[in-house]
Design a protein around this ligand. Structure first.
Ligand SMILES: Nc1ncnc2c1ncn2[C@@H]1O[C@H](COP(=O)(O)OP(=O)(O)OP(=O)(O)O)[C@@H](O)[C@H]1O
Ligand SMILES: [Mg+2]
Length: 217
């Protein structure tokens, strides 16, 4: 489903990833582990084609980084639920509206939106906060809102960038388990984290990244 072929990307001032070869199957749940600044966010941005490889190729299903037309990128993004490290919630919309937004974009009917948004809010344990604006949510609540917004699309792939960075150990573990459930229901998951302790011993594939270079076990 996801394939990176000898992918390199270097920012103008240095940093990035180099010569990455990686593939992730339809039903995998893998962790991308590496220290701060190692290239995790960069790698995820390359997968949802927020960045294009300077060398090599990224393939997600039938979408190929060297062939895709700009106007087709939204179709790629429909398949992918993204949990951003810095949330990207809209400050002038409340929790419900933030989570509903991806469904409005793809034209889901109103009753179904209400049902799916409420389900997602419940899945991440934010019932009762529907009317809160992002500024009226704690850091951990904003983070879970971001997870709910990714889940609501019922995506084939979830890319989660440090989604437990602002959660306490119990809530972090709950999120890992929630994503295991989502994975069992058929989504592939790639989750970036620098917290190896959180995920070790659960039988998931671990992809290590250091200084922009990927090592796989
Ligand atoms: N937009 C950018 N412009 C220039 N350099 C960048 C940009 N984003 C990241 N970098 C550089 O690329 C390197 C990798 O950054 P990246 O954000 O991918 O790391 P990361 O593994 O996600 O780190 P963290 O765990 O802190 O989130 C860093 O050295 C960083 O300074
Ligand atoms: Mg990052």
């Amino acid at each position: 489903m996801i394939r990176l072929d000898n992918v390199s990307y270097t920012y103008e001032k240095g940093g990035g990833v180099s010569n990455v070869n990686l593939s992730l199957g339809d039903d995998e749940y893998a962790f991308l582990i590496g220290p701060t600044g190692s290239g995790k966010t960069t790698l995820l941005r390359l997968i949802y084609l927020d960045l294009f490889p300077q060398v090599g190729k990224v393939e997600i299903d039938k979408f190929k980084s060297d062939k895709i037309k700009r106007r087709k990128i939204p179709y790629l993004r429909r398949k992918i639920g993204m949990v951003f490290q810095d949330y990207h919630l809209l400050d002038d919309r409340n929790l419900f509206e933030n989570i509903a937004l991806p469904l409005h974009v793809i034209g889901v009917e109103k009753d179904e939106i209400v049902e799916r948004v409420n389900d997602s809010i419940e899945e991440v344990g934010l019932e009762g906060k529907e009317n809160h604006f992002p500024m009226e949510l704690s850091g951990g609540e904003q983070q879970r809102a971001c997870v709910a917004r990714a889940l609501v699309k019922d995506p084939d792939i979830i890319l989660a960038d440090e989604p437990t960075g602002n959660l306490d150990p119990v809530t972090s573990f709950e999120l890992i388990k929630l994503l295991e459930e989502v994975n069992r229901e058929g989504a592939a998951i790639l989750m970036a984290s620098h917290n190896y302790n959180l995920i070790k011993g659960r039988g998931h594939r671990i992809i290590e990244i250091q200084n922009g270079t990927v090592r796989q076990s």
